[in-house]
Every structure is written in C-alpha cells, then in structure tokens.
Design a protein around this ligand. Structure first.
Ligand code: ZN
Length: 344
C-alpha cells in the first residue's frame, strides 16, 4: 500500500513537471510573423492552445518554418494544436512541408478542394500532409475548437455567413458609395476568414479575401459588427479596376478597427490605395506594418517605429499583440522593442 502511494506520488510529480509553465497573466497572444509578404499568424490562447493561420512560403532553407518555430518558442509551445490554411497560394501554404517536418501539428483546417491550376502542386503536398493527421473542411458558421478563445468562420470556399452575428446586422452607410465589385476567380476569394473573440476583444483575419466575397459580409448590412484589431486583407494588395481589390472603405470603415496590422513585404502588398483607406479609417488609433513598403514610398508608410522590418528582406522581426479579455491590448515591435497599449 505504502509502495503504491509512493508510486502514485512519483507519478503525480512527473505529471506536474510535464505541464507547461503557467502562462503569465492568461492573455491572448498573437504573433504576426514576418514571412516576406505572405501570411503566418500564430495565436496562443490563454489556456496555452495554439492556432497557426498559414505557413508562409516554401524556402530552400526553411526560412519561414524557422521563423514560426522562433515565435512558438517565444510563446512557450512545443507543438501546434490547429493549423488553418486560408487558401492554397504559395505565400500561405508553401511552407507547410518544412513546418510539419520541424514541429508536430495535431489538426488541419481549410476551405476544401483547390480551385486554381497554379496551386495544384501546393494542394497535393498539403493534402498528403493533412491526411496524416485530422483534417477538417470548414464552412461559414463553423468554429475552430480552442479552449480559451472563440474562432468563428465567416467565409470559406466563396461562401459568406448569411445571418448577422449577435448584436450585428446594422445597415452599413458606406455601401451606398461602394462600386459593385468586379468578378474574381481562383484561390483568393476562397479564403477562410474568421473572427477571433477573447472576452470583449475582437480580431478579424480574412486571409486574401477580395471584394466580391468580402463585401457580402458587410453590405447592405454589416453582419460582423466592429473589431479591435484588423489584419489588413491580402497584404494590402489593391489593383483598382480589377477583381483583385480588398480593404475597400465599405469593409474597413464598417469594421471600425482601433488598430490595423498589415502583413506586407518590402515588394509585396502595401499598395498606396489600400494603405490610404486603412490610414483614413474612422476611429483607427494606429497602423502597424510588417515591412516598409517600397510601393508606398515616402507618402504611404507609417513612421518607422510602427514598422517591424525597415531594411528589406530577411530581417524577420514580428509584431506581437497581447490582449486581455477587457479588450485592452498591447502591440510590440520586435525590432525596436517599441510597444503601445490600447485602452478603451
Ligand atoms: Zn497572400
């Protein structure tokens, strides 16, 4: 009996040692990882569960996978609970094989079948890796199961939610002046877009969703409501006169973000028209960029202290957000240590 007690005590001690260190302050942490104009966003909830949105590019030495690992290490996690792939362009899913060879990924989420010729190779690699684990195809209205936060899918495979979220659904005054979107095909409008909620804190990530589907979320009625933090869609890419337009005023102004983060590269995204719309968004307190944008030049970049990477490619600094359930949140620039807290 005594021997059994000792064994039980020993087992209890070992299990205690195996539990990861308690996360300070039980905050939500979001790392906007620099993948040079692609997407990789690591979210670690207050329970220590993780959601990675996209993996960045394929790279001969696994640059983006290594940057994701560095963020995971900083967050104190040793595996990815859920990997969500917004769509199958190389800047979003390209790094999946290199990442999967370096860290355990428990579950995969995506919009379903590939829709573009150019991305067939990416999809084949992804499909094979996801098949070794649990794969879920998400639809609007679904939720990604995490213990400490709520992740609601708003759009996927070209379908938007059709009913307003609780408290939303008001007419959107910006729709009247919004030109009808031009058609867009391929993978961008297939993007999985989601709202992440932690208490009163609301963060929206629409991947590379272009207007044709993006406007369906906010016109004529805003089905989402407002957000605290907005990830600039499609890296701030904006080709007026084509279907490749995101971040129109009817979307950004309706979401009324307090802070925007743009995951542009030095020579990818960060287009002046999109930049100006975000910059002018009513109620926006600050705009942060992962890179200085060459396209934006002097007039369409924020001050240096809000830019994580100012010297071109391969610096690899992230922007980190730490949020509390009362919607107070802090944004930190890894390059210079500059941080700012946003209180209501
Ligand atoms: Zn992209």
């Amino acid at each position: 009996m005594r021997r059994l007690s000792l064994v039980l005590l020993w087992t209890a001690c070992v299990s205690l040692l195996a539990v990861p260190a308690v996360r300070a302050g039980k905050a939500l942490e979001i790392y906007f990882i620099d993948v040079e104009g692609g997407q990789s966003t690591l979210i670690v909830d207050p329970e220590g569960e993780s959601l990675l949105i996209d993996t960045g590019w394929d790279d001969f030495n696994g640059r983006d996978a290594n940057r994701i690992l560095a963020a995971a290490k900083d967050a104190g996690i040793d595996h990815i609970d859920d990997l969500l792939i917004t769509h199958y362009h190389s800047d979003h899913v390209g790094g999946v094989a290199q990442l999967a060879s370096r860290i355990k990924i428990d579950a995969f989420f995506d919009h379903g079948l590939n829709t573009e010729d150019d991305t067939r190779g990416n999809y084949a690699i992804y499909e094979k890796i996801a098949a070794q684990s649990k794969r879920t195809i998400v639809k609007p209205g679904d939720e990604i199961p995490l213990k400490g936060i709520r992740v609601q899918v708003l759009t996927s495979a070209g379908e938007d939610i059709t009913k307003p979220l609780p408290g939303a659904g008001q007419p959107n005054p910006w729709c009247a002046s919004q030109p009808a979107p031009l058609p867009d095909t391929g993978e961008n409008p297939q993007s999985v877009g989601m709202l992440i909620t932690f208490g009163k804190f609301r963060f929206i990530d629409l991947g590379d969703l272009t207007d044709q589907k993006g406007l369906g979320l906010v016109c004529p009625n805003n089905l989402i409501g407002t957000v605290d933090l907005y990830l600039v869609s499609h890296h701030g890419t904006q080709h007026p006169g084509t279907g490749d337009v995101s971040n129109e005023p009817a979307i950004v102004y309706a979401l009324h973000p307090r802070v925007a983060v743009m995951n542009n590269g030095a020579i990818k995204g960060g287009h002046p028209v999109a930049w100006q719309i975000i910059h002018d968004s009513p109620g926006l307190e600050d705009f942060w960029q992962l890179h200085y944008s060459m396209a934006g030049a002097e007039k369409h970049n924020v001050p240096d202290k809000f830019i994580a990477n100012v010297g071109g490619n391969d610096e690899g600094y992230w922007i980190k957000v730490t949020a509390e359930p009362n919607a107070v949140f802090t944004v930190t620039n890894q390059r210079n240590g500059y941080s700012k807290t946003y209180t209501k």
